[in-house]
Design a protein around this ligand. Sequence first.
Ligand code: SF4
Length: 273
Amino acid sequence: MPATIREAIGDELYVSISQIKAYLLCPRQFELRYVRGVEPEFVPRALAFGIAFHAALAHHYIDLRDLHVAPTTEKLIETFRRAWALKLDGSVPVQGEDDEPKVDPLDLAAKMLGKFVENAKATEQDLVVDAVEQPFSVTLVDPDTGEVLEEKLVGAIDLVAHEGDLTIVVEHKSAAKKYGVDQLRYDLQPTAYQLAMHELGWSPIGLRYQIVTKTKSPQVQIENIVRDQQDEDDFLRVAFGVLKAIDAGVSYPVRGWQCRSCPYQTACAKKTS
Ligand code: SF4
């Protein structure tokens, strides 16, 4: 297996799951970001927080894999602090939404990581870590026509582990609240991971969400989810549809909640064509 996304894709054309999801959310935002290369006005605070939180969880699982000992909560908080500081020091300012609750991100992360560690101690006795941030690059085949796309699907899986004989693919999330039934049922990301794992010959596999909430008293929501062949085929149909639309230059604004945290608002308002 490749060690990095760059190694996984080589010189190939590629599309990531987040690019597909970005196009579905707002084709104009996709165009401004990926086609025109417009510089974002800011990094949404929730995105920066999520990246730093992921770094802390990756630290936990890398230590479990390499040292077979979980790091302390303090070490994870320190990893979060460093990753957060990197975001704050970046060339693009980090900015929250006006109506976002004013909480200290370090305090919030400390509470969330404390809860995460408490939960991990209680539930991870049988978990053996195989890979952290595992990159993949797989071929996309239209389930209806057999057409093979030039672009490969690329991404990185937060955690690949096993419990007994079952390989588990885990997606970490930090979220304002627990995921609801529809979010768990229809999110494309785990479907894409399952498709990738099948292509790479890892089976049988289980899919799991590990969500830590940003609530006053953080909660850890563990959800084992199922995706079937229909879900995989539908994901491929979505990927093909999105890539054909991108190739045809289809772009239009989708106004909604996503506009509040969109870092391309000025460019979007100026765009006339
Ligand atoms: S402001 Fe709204 S419509 Fe415009 S690019 Fe951003 S998300 Fe899309």
